[in-house]
Design a protein around this ligand. Sequence first.
Ligand SMILES: C[S@@+](CC[C@H](N)C(=O)[O-])C[C@H]1O[C@@H](n2cnc3c(N)ncnc32)[C@H](O)[C@@H]1O
Length: 381
Amino acid sequence: MTTATAADQTETARVALEEVCSGRDLDGIPRVYHPDFVDHVNRLEYRGHAGARQSVGLYLALFPDLRFVVHDQVSEGDQVVSRWTLHGTHRGREVEMRGIVISRFKDGRIVEDWAASDTFELVRQLGLRRTMMLALTRRKLLSGTSGTSDGKPSVTRRVVDRALCRFRRNRACPIPPSETERVRKIQDKAAAGYDRQMNFFDRVLFSGGREWACAHARGDALEIAVGTGRNLEHYPPEVKLSAIEFSTKMLAIARDRAAELGREVDLQEGDAQALDFADQSFDSVVITLALCTIPDDRKAVREALRVLRPGGQLILLEHVRSPLLPIRAIQRLVEPLTIRFEADHLTREPLDYLTEEGFAVDQVERLRLGWVERVIARKPA
Ligand SMILES: C[S@@+](CC[C@H](N)C(=O)[O-])C[C@H]1O[C@@H](n2cnc3c(N)ncnc32)[C@H](O)[C@@H]1O
């Protein structure tokens, strides 16, 4: 155990800010910070030497020429209060941010920091565009350590994550596991009225779409999220068909329909996000009007890629984000309601990520003011 005088502690607090936090002496972290160090930065929290490194890294990533200047320090007992100014340049814009940190000492090293800084002033100096870019590009540095005490992200974080996710459209978004259960319940409830509702939409919006999608199916084909089986009648008879669906109510109607049609099909209950099929089992995968509903649509596409044989095709019929601004604006306006009550995402667009997930997009057709999309994508050989 080390006994440090008030002067020692004050000096350590100064060194921590001016030398270590400025990034000039990152190796000094173990000298000034205790292994049990906890850093409370506004609402964020960093722990241990790794946390200290991460916290400094956050600032350094924003301001490569980072410099902290300590103005005043007050010491009492095991605590030192330091008033500081951060100086730095971000993308050509010089900024200053003022703040205060209370450092608590244990065995001569800082074991806890509470920092409060004038981030609003920083945002004002950076300007809206740089701040928006920062929110998008540096978010990773902020994530991982912040959250509620039970380890779950805070409500604010979840809202921000969702907003960023929608803004960054083609990036993978975190989906809470409970969402799959929520969607399944909605679909079970909707099953009885689904065909009546879809009779209208199939006529007005998607006419010819089911015939088009099924006509492209070849060999061993899998339909993902088959619903009530509205496509079954359109598959060529030579196609060896399997289909999955996670709503038992929808699936029951699909089974009745297959029996009525005399269509042989291996209908199974299953989750599109974790298919129960071996890699490279199918020549075609068909998805119609379901990527808008599957909680993690991108994961479903990844699964489709996995179960397709090289050269196999993914055939999609979807309603998507319209390229026309007025329509897109309406879609965005009503989407929170459709997601809430029907688990229906109006502004999803598989083209945002198909290529990134490993597909080669062979054919795209936009219909109904760009609202409806037909896509054929191939798993490269
Ligand atoms: C709008 S309906 C479309 C049904 C059908 N594909 C059609 O074209 O009529 C969306 C379907 O996706 C199913 N679904 C949603 N998430 C799913 C998942 N994770 N796994 C399997 N099916 C899912 C729903 O139960 C529902 O039947």
